[in-house]
Design a protein around this ligand. Sequence first.
Ligand SMILES: [Zn+2]
Length: 137
Amino acid sequence: MTTAPSEQTPAVVGPTPDIDSQFYWDGLARSQLLLQECSSCQKRRFPPMPSCPYCGSTDFEIREATKGTIYSWVTVHRAFQPAFAGEVPYTLVTVDLDGGGRIVGRLEPGAAAAAGLHVSPHFVPHEGWTEARFHPE
Ligand SMILES: [Zn+2]
């Protein structure tokens, strides 16, 4: 059975990696959540960027984050893209990663957000890219 074009779900618009973020997207594809750690002040940062926002150094190491805690969250009731219309409501969480860095991602459906809740990333493949989601430990 075919679906009329007007009834088809539009495709998710994926990210466009650049020279600064390619390592991040490649890491997600390997089920790794990778961040930059400044070689000068040792602070971790997200999103990927060419220099440290704390000290200005352009030298960094890539570190893996495996755990974090929820800092804040919002439940989305209106999809930002038509492709997600069938998935609302869903919860976006801000996660303070162990070792430093703060990231935003979707909370696993069915999980309840709470400040301080310990979470771990897991990796959801999409067409041409991988999404990091978080689930309670
Ligand atoms: Zn720095």
